[in-house]
Ligand binder design. Structure first.
Ligand code: PL3
Ligand code: FE2
Ligand code: FE2
Length: 243
């Protein structure tokens, strides 16, 4: 009994030590400089996610109510992350963030104008949401207390968004598989590039690149499995990230 008690205490103490070792200094210039870009990416990402769900409602008019609900959540996320930047005294670099999303944004717009619902859902509800989920999970472990609380609330919503895309694609798999594969081949490499591009700034925030990739692959693969793809198809899709 005695031994058990003391073990418990030790592991608690260890985890507290661990936490304080891992947390960066949120007040340094280098932290704030990296945060000005990462925070902008997140703010821009949430705004574009809002716009994309509103656009998706024009492709699936029967889902107007649900998609409007998802879009509203994105604006709430945007407000939350704007407050995180303000709380740290950081000015978000929105020009950088617009450029960061430009290729993916362009691909979404082309798909939208061609009525390609599958491609739009893959880009927004699967790839971008899985990217957001991975980044937010890793960020929560090293965020300042104010941002941590906000991000914890946001990440719960992002699973609803991922789930929305997942269920639509699952129901329509018989007719959308080929488009899904093609769209993935074009857009997954863009997500990989975006991850590479953000890695250096993320590391200043104590976010590890490998961890980001790992979390992304978990969310991405789980979703594809739920959609109804088999292991070979998922492996083939994931390989698009390494070529
Ligand atoms: C969809 O709901 C949101 C899309 C946002 C994309 C986020 C990309 C994340 C890049 C790395 C950010 C780390 C988190 C920091 C938060 C201030
Ligand atoms: Fe969001
Ligand atoms: Fe979302």
């Amino acid at each position: 009994m005695q031994t058990l008690e003391s073990n418990k205490k030790n592991s608690l103490e260890n985890s507290i030590d661990q936490n304080s070792i891992d947390l960066p200094d949120f007040t340094t210039d280098s932290y704030k400089d990296a945060y000005s870009r990462i925070n902008a990416i997140v703010i821009e990402g949430e705004q574009e996610a809002h716009d994309n769900y509103i656009s998706l409602a024009t492709l699936i008019p029967s889902e107007l109510e649900e998609l409007t609900k998802l879009a509203k959540m994105e604006l709430k996320h945007k407000r939350g992350f704007t407050a995180c930047g303000r709380n740290l005294g950081v000015q978000a670099d929105m020009i950088f963030a617009k450029e960061f999303f430009s290729k993916l944004h362009g691909n979404f717009q082309v798909a939208l104008s061609n009525g390609k619902t599958t491609t739009c859902l893959l880009i927004q509800a699967i790839l971008i949401e899985a990217f957001a989920i991975s980044a937010y999970h890793v960020y929560i472990r090293v965020a300042d207390p104010f941002a941590k609380k906000i991000t914890q609330g946001v990440v719960k919503d992002e699973y609803l968004h991922l789930n929305y895309g997942q269920e639509w694609l699952k129901e329509n798999l018989a007719t959308c598989k080929e488009e899904l594969m093609d769209a993935n081949k074009v857009n997954l490499p863009l997500i990989k590039k975006m991850l590479d591009q953000v890695a250096e700034d993320a590391s200043v925030l104590a976010m590890d690149r490998e961890e980001l990739m790992e979390e992304f692959m978990i969310a991405y693969q789980d979703t594809l499995l739920e959609i109804g793809l088999d292991n070979r198809e998922i492996a083939r899709m994931a390989m698009a990230a390494i070529v």
